[in-house]
Design a protein around this ligand. Structure first.
Ligand code: CP3
Length: 353
């Protein structure tokens, strides 16, 4: 595709033939890399790192300089939207994210406006432009956002949660209010992703990390409905090239057929479902991205290679597979194990194409 030296990631998302299976990792720029920890220290805080387009670019490229990855992902966070809405985001070491002003009442929801990505979030689109330029066509750049439901869980709970009692309380007792919140978020995500696309993102991914905590009924009504709305609102072409979209619901294996009915190009899958079975279920409707258990990376390089071979064999011959982990890489992983993983995907997958 146009200016790209390596376009296998985009080709696989569009279910076109490739030479080998493309691979990237969720959270590929992160704390398992000593060079990331050094840049993060230089930046001061995690959000300072996100807010500096130059430093965000530096960390985006770090994993690409170490490994032959087939895609880069914008360095940022899903919580930039609620932060821009004025909730007061804090990242406290060891505690995860917290909001000073969580959303709990009808008044709180009414006070939220659809974000303007060219105002409060300009640092994100600036980072996209800087990274795209620095990549110089090496690999495609992925833009991303959280799903409305997943953003709402953080905004209502005020922090990471185990039970989701507050956000589910609002959903069960005040469904109209929850829909009002999700609608504001969906409109914001559409603006945000389209701004990333215009700034140079060549594919976009929606992270629905907490859709899997819902019943099937509630998943369709409170999560998938809004992700479908987002896919419908996306600019799906830029610079004369298609811009594919990926929907990822962690724990969403039961709903792949429903997710495939949205007009997205690919579904992310976690490790709790066999990728061959997932492929049988979605047929030729969408590509699949996944799905190695990130904990395999704690095992020996031999065991990692064996797992890669098993997943490739399960998917089988043909197009439409992007290799990834089923969730983000953990901070304690040995970077040499990552090299074994990435190399194995390219080495073993040629026979399937
Ligand atoms: O994948 C990448 O390399 C791109 C960058 C990226 C980050 N966060 C950087 C980050 C992406 C795509 C995200 C998405 C994200 N953020 C999600 C969805 C994906 C998922 O993991 O389920 C979620 C739920 C968040 C919210 C978030 N951000 C949490 C809960 C935390 C703290 C937990 C933790 O791992 O410490 C973050 C912080 C965060 N986002 C870090 C990074 C590299 C670690 C911050 C640090 O350097 O201290």
């Amino acid at each position: 595709m146009a200016d790209l030296k390596n376009d296998r990631f985009l080709r696989a998302l569009l279910r076109k033939p490739v030479d080998v299976t493309p691979v990237w990792m969720m959270r590929q720029a992160g704390r398992y890399l000593p060079e990331y920890r050094a840049t993060r220290k230089k930046a001061g805080s995690f959000m300072d790192l996100c807010r500096s387009p130059e430093l965000a670019c530096e960390v985006t490229l770090q994993p690409l300089d170490r490994y032959p990855l087939d895609a880069a992902i914008l360095f940022s966070d899903i919580l930039t939207i609620p932060d821009a809405m004025g909730l007061g985001l804090k990242f406290n070491t060891g505690e995860g994210p917290t909001f000073e002003r969580p959303v709990r009442s009808a008044r709180d929801v009414a006070a939220l406006g659809v974000i303007d990505p060219n105002a409060e979030l300009k640092y994100v689109t600036d980072a996209v432009s800087v990274i795209r330029k620095a990549l110089n066509g090496r690999v495609p750049l992925i833009g991303f956002s959280g799903s409305p439901w997943t953003l709402a869980t953080y905004m209502v709970e005020g922090s990471s949660s185990k039970e989701y009692s507050k956000v589910k309380g609002m959903m069960f007792d005040q469904p109209k209010l929850m829909h009002q919140l999700l609608d504001t978020l969906a409109q914001s995500v559409i603006q945000y992703l389209n701004a990333q696309i215009k700034a140079g993102a060549q594919a976009v991914m929606v992270f629905d990390t907490w859709g899997g905590v819902l019943t099937s009924r509630d998943y369709r009504e409170f999560s998938l409905q809004y992700m479908t709305q987002i896919v419908d609102g996306l600019i799906n072409e830029n610079e004369g090239q298609p811009v594919p979209s990926i929907l990822f619901t962690k724990g969403g294996g039961a709903w792949l057929e429903d997710m495939a009915l949205s007009k997205c190009n690919a579904l992310g899958v976690d490790w709790t479902i066999d990728i061959g079975e997932a492929r049988n279920r979605v047929g030729d409707k969408v590509a699949l991205q996944g799905n190695m258990d990130p904990c395999i990376l704690y095992a020996s390089p031999e065991r990692i290679r064996e797992e890669v071979a098993t997943i490739l064999a399960s998917y089988g011959k043909g197009e439409g597979h992007v290799f990834n982990l089923g969730h983000g890489i953990h901070p304690a992983i040995n970077p040499e194990h990552v090299a074994a993983f990435i190399n194995a995907v390219h080495e073993f997958s040629a026979q399937y194409h």
